[in-house]
Design a protein around this ligand. Structure first.
Ligand code: ATP
Ligand code: MG
Length: 200
């Protein structure tokens, strides 16, 4: 009985391997990707910073633009910011409910976008992270069409990762890979504050 089960398993895995090998053989194209990490669950920015580590492991050059947030004491910045292959920019001055000043937010966003744009025009950057960019688009601090045009005009082989909640349909349509992280539960709802190494 168990032998028969083992044999069936082996057969099924052989079939599966053939399918996977065929699909890997078909996926032979290379190009700079646009990835969008959105949704209300935790894990968008940390996933993007995971890709920073992957890229650095391959000797690639990385640019990081952190919009909205103003804190410069995060573990990821302390770790990656020291790397000569990483240009790390904190371009926010706080959440919109902190600044309470729309004109100031627009101005900060414009300045931030100029930094991002300079990376999107520079083929030296293999990977560009635009962390929390979606808010600048959904609050209309930046003109969405202009932002999308700048992203699309980047060098052919440059990868871009956009994070943030409520990614627009247009952004998701233009992206090559989109992940929506669902909020199943979060420790914050139990009154637990942001933990070093996990949340910052
Ligand atoms: P992370 O940076 O941890 O990957 P994120 O980028 O998915 O999180 P953001 O909306 O940027 O999420 O929020 C960053 C901070 O808010 C982190 O401290 C994170 O743990 C916390 N957070 C994320 N999602 C939730 C949630 N659903 N409820 C409460 N807090 C959250
Ligand atoms: Mg985030």
């Amino acid at each position: 009985m168990s032998e028969e089960k083992d044999l069936r398993h082996k057969k099924r895995m052989e079939r599966k391997k053939a399918l996977i090998d065929a699909s890997i053989a078909r996926a032979d194209k290379e190009k700079g990707l646009l990835l969008v990490l959105t949704g209300n669950g935790k894990g968008k920015s940390s996933s993007a910073f995971g890709m920073v580590g992957r890229a650095l492991g391959h000797g690639m050059k990385v640019g990081v633009c952190q919009f909205i947030k103003s804190r410069t004491d995060t573990g990821e910045e302390a770790f990656y910011g020291k790397d000569p292959k990483v240009d790390w920019h904190v371009l926010g001055d706080g959440f919109t409910w902190d600044t309470q000043d729309r004109q100031q937010d627009i101005e900060t966003s414009e300045q931030g976008w100029n930094v991002a744009k300079s990376m999107l025009k520079n083929a030296c950057y293999d990977l560009v992270i635009l962390d929390e960019l979606t808010y600048l688009m959904s609050y209309d601090y930046l003109d969405s069409d202009r932002v999308l045009d700048d992203i699309l005009a980047r060098p052919d082989m440059q990868h871009v990762v956009v994070t943030g909640r409520n990614a627009s349909e247009q952004l998701k349509e233009l992206a090559d890979t989109v992940s929506e992280i669902a909020d199943v539960k979060h420790a914050y709802q139990d009154g637990i504050q942001a933990q070093k190494g996990i949340d910052l």
